[in-house]
Each structure stands twice: as structure tokens, then as C-alpha cells.
Design a protein around this ligand. Sequence first.
Ligand SMILES: Cc1cc2nc3c(=O)[nH]c(=O)nc-3n(C[C@H](O)[C@H](O)[C@H](O)COP(=O)(O)OP(=O)(O)OC[C@H]3O[C@@H](n4cnc5c(N)ncnc54)[C@H](O)[C@@H]3O)c2cc1C
Length: 98
Amino acid sequence: MIKHKIIIAGAGFGGVRAALKLARNDSCEVTVVSDRDTFRYYPALYATATGHTHEESLIKLSEIFAGTNVTFVKDTLKGLEPGRKKLIGKKVRTAMIR
Ligand SMILES: Cc1cc2nc3c(=O)[nH]c(=O)nc-3n(C[C@H](O)[C@H](O)[C@H](O)COP(=O)(O)OP(=O)(O)OC[C@H]3O[C@@H](n4cnc5c(N)ncnc54)[C@H](O)[C@@H]3O)c2cc1C
């Protein structure tokens, strides 16, 4: 079976949701690249303003992607080379998007 190699830039609501949904498909190989290793759960941010720590609104991406086929890479992306199907980051410069 041909695997679709998908790279998602960013792990906000959009990136995480897309990754979890795509990873359920056996024909997809999903990698998420984000500059943070946590997901910021904005609905819990009120806690920071009411005496709780900021960390209480952060969820580790390793926990979110545990048991899934999603590969997480912590990296800061600098750009995109659409013609060469490459993302430019410190670690993922040669990543291919098929
Ligand atoms: C209080 C509040 C509550 C919300 N609640 C919900 C909700 O319950 N459900 C919902 O669907 N939406 C919710 N939203 C809306 C949601 O936050 C926005 O729609 C969302 O921010 C857009 O999602 P995104 O994933 O595209 O981007 P963002 O949330 O902006 O995420 C971007 C991600 O990319 C990473 N990133 C940025 N630059 C780089 C770079 N150069 N290299 C690598 N990584 C990078 C960031 O670290 C981050 O992980 C809420 C918004 C607010 C303000």
C-alpha cells in the first residue's frame, strides 16, 4: 500500500485535530512539527488568571499522540519550498511531503 506522507506544521487545535484524524487512516504517515512540545488548551487559560499555574492549561503532545501513529518533531519552521515539497526547519529541512 502506498503511504501518503503528511507533515503538519503547528500543534494548535487545527494541527492536533488533523493529525489525530489522519492517523486513523492506515494509508497515512503523519508527522507533526511544532516549536513547542505542549498543546495550549485555551479554554483552561482562565485558570491562570484565577490563581492557578500557567502549566495547568498545557498538555504534553507526547500524551496526546501516545498510542497513535503520529510522529512528533519539536522544531521551529522557517519556511516552505512548495516546488521541492520541503519544509525548512532546523531539523526537518529534508522532509518530503507526498
Ligand atoms: C479562549 C479560547 C478558547 C478556544 N477554544 C477552542 C476550542 O475549544 N476548540 C477549538 O477548535 N478552537 C478553540 N479556539 C480557537 C482556536 O484557538 C483557534 O481557532 C486556533 O488558535 C487556530 O488554530 P491553529 O491550530 O491554526 O493555530 P494556533 O492555535 O495558533 O497554533 C499554532 C501552532 O503552531 C506552532 N508554531 C507557530 N509557529 C511555528 C513555527 N515557526 N514552527 C513550528 N511551530 C510553530 C505553535 O507553537 C502552535 O502549536 C479557542 C480560542 C480561544 C482564544
